[in-house]
Design a protein around this ligand. Structure first.
Ligand code: NFE
Ligand code: MG
Length: 516
């Protein structure tokens, strides 16, 4: 019989997401029974109101206030706001300003992706109890072992709801069986905490402080790129790059070999969108170029194609508007609505955004930044066809490979800095103007739309990556990307729905951002 399985809150993501799945017995397929998800709904469980908070303020507050939307991707919000203001003020960043923004953003990307794979996702695959067999002398590994041992004992007593967070409680399921592989991944799990700190330090070299940088300004960055700062960034980048190439990418390959079924699980809507990211010149060329993939074919991106629909979202504002004219009016008790997330659509379609969209748009576009070669090399070694990238494993692989690509590119940006040249541009705020900033954040396409009247913010709208990915059904009833990706997911035991968590986490949702 069909039943609803709800994960609320879904842990090891950012923010408050409830996932409701309809689960039915799968019959003979897969053989031996099992269950399958036949439908899903994603609910953003809170409202934040940043767009309303911004109205009436000084436009220059925007890149500071919007960074507070999130502690994981603040730099993307800061940069998107800078782009929107630059358009309104009629300026472009100085060459140094562009490079410094790219370097702060690159550092923020790398911490976010390392955080996602190890801290948030790895525990879906790694058997933490394998540490019980650890006999080595590493102090950190021994303390992890002691923590898991004590947690298992507390769990047996049944008195403690969280006997060894974040390891226990957990869903029981088909974790990696090999103890040595598990212990190797756990060692990297611990090291990743340190790498994330180093990446934050690296962002702070030019960003002044993290997570919310005070140095980002329209036209560039207030921090002067001295030789000392360049070297300080560079030494940290070397350590992070080594971790990405020696641990992160190989660990994703290890997970892929252990769970080959996940090349078939978590297939999204098949339509992908990226605004591109990391500006290269005044003409707006980007290291990852903008583009859309619709029905398997690449096409140029058209900003006029974006709308937000709200039939199933808890808003009374009109549905189907372009964000330049969008409105946000909360209606908590709205009939049929099940989420505080709006439903952004591109040319009427739900679009997956994020590393997979960036990598595949680059893979399929006539130009591209060369990442296609990386993808083909790894897929070739695994014997996997490129079409299988639209899956749980494809998302993890895209995230890891773009990390490698961004780290390499960051070294080139460091070389391009001219220490004596100005890091920012002068500007005047006009009495009235408008602009938008479309920039990919780690989790995907991020847009800020701004209108200024009488020197004050009249209107501010954000459409954020997880707004795209975790969107509810649209006015036509079409599910959002994560809802779609969950359909068909095999679930061995509906009381331990570990497979559902793997699918949702492959998108790296951030609900704080989604409900902004
Ligand atoms: Ni709060 Fe974010 C990223 C943005 S996702 S993490 O990446 O913008 O919605
Ligand atoms: Mg919005």
């Amino acid at each position: 019989m069909a039943r609803t399985v709800t994960l609320s809150p879904l842990t090891r993501i950012e923010g408050h997401l409830a996932v409701h799945t309809d689960v039915e017995p799968a019959g003979g397929d897969p053989p031996g029974g099992g269950f399958r998800v036949t439908g899903a709904r994603c609910s953003g469980e809170m409202f934040r109101g940043f767009e309303t908070i911004l109205a009436g303020r000084d436009p220059l507050d925007a890149q500071q206030i919007t960074q507070r939307i999130c502690g994981v991707c603040p730099i993307s919000h800061g940069v998107a706001s800078c782009r929107a203001q630059e358009m309104a003020y009629g300026i472009r960043p100085t060459p140094n300003g562009r490079l410094l923004q790219n370097l702060i953003l690159a550092a923020n990307y790398l911490q976010s992706h390392v955080l996602h794979f190890y801290t948030l996702s790895a525990l879906d695959f790694v058997d933490v109890t394998a540490i019980l067999a650890y006999r080595g002398g590493d102090r950190t590994m021994r303390s992890v072992k002691a923590w898991v041992e004590a947690g298992l004992a507390r769990q047996k007593e049944g008195k403690d709801l969280f006997p060894a967070a974040p390891f226990l409680p957990r869903y029981e399921g088909d974790y990696i069986a090999d103890a040595e592989v598990n212990c190797g991944l756990l060692a990297h799990y611990v090291e990743a905490l340190d790498i994330r700190r180093v990446a934050h330090e690296m962002a702070a070299v030019f960003g002044a402080r993290l997570p919310h940088s005070t140095a980002l300004v329209p036209g560039g960055c207030t921090q002067v790129p001295t030789l000392e700062r360049i070297l300080s960034y560079r030494s940290r980048l070397k350590r992070i790059q080594a971790f990405i190439e020696d641990a992160y990418v190989p660990d994703v390959v290890t997970a892929a070999k252990a769970f080959p079924g996940y090349w078939e699980i978590g297939t999204g809507p098949g339509n992908l969108l990226t605004y591109g990211v990391f500006e290269l010149d005044d003409a707006g060329r980007r290291f990852f170029e903008p583009g859309a993939v619709i029905d398997g074919r690449w096409e140029a991106f058209d900003a006029a194609g974006i709308t937000e629909q709200v039939k199933y979202s808890k808003f009374s504002s009109p549905s189907g508007r372009h964000p330049a004219d969008g409105l946000t009016a909360a209606q908590p008790g709205k009939a049929e609505a099940y989420s505080w997330i709006k439903a952004p659509r591109y040319k009427g379609r739900p679009m997956e955004v994020g590393p997979l969209a960036r990598v595949l748009a680059n893979y399929l576009s006539p130009g591209g930044n060369g990442i296609k070669g990386e993808v083909d090399a790894v897929l070739g070694a695994l014997g996997i066809r490129a079409e299988k990238m639209d899956s749980v494993l494809g998302r993890h692989l895209a995230r890891a490979l773009e990390s490698k690509w961004i780290a390499r590119q960051a070294f080139r940006w460091l070389e391009e800095i001219e220490p004596e040249a100005p890091p920012a541009r002068d500007f005047e705020i006009p009495p009235s103007a408008s602009g938008h900033g479309l920039v990919d954040a780690p989790r995907g396409a991020l847009g800020h739309w701004l209108k200024i009247e009488n020197y004050r913010i009249k209107h501010y709208q954000c459409v954020v990556p997880t707004t795209w990915n975790c969107s509810p059904r649209d006015d036509a009833g079409t599910p959002g990307p994560v809802e779609k990706a969950l359909e068909g997911t095999p679930v061995a035991n509906p009381d331990q729905p570990i497979e559902v968590g793997r699918v949702v986490r492959s998108f790296d949702p951030c609900l704080a951002c989604a409900v902004h």
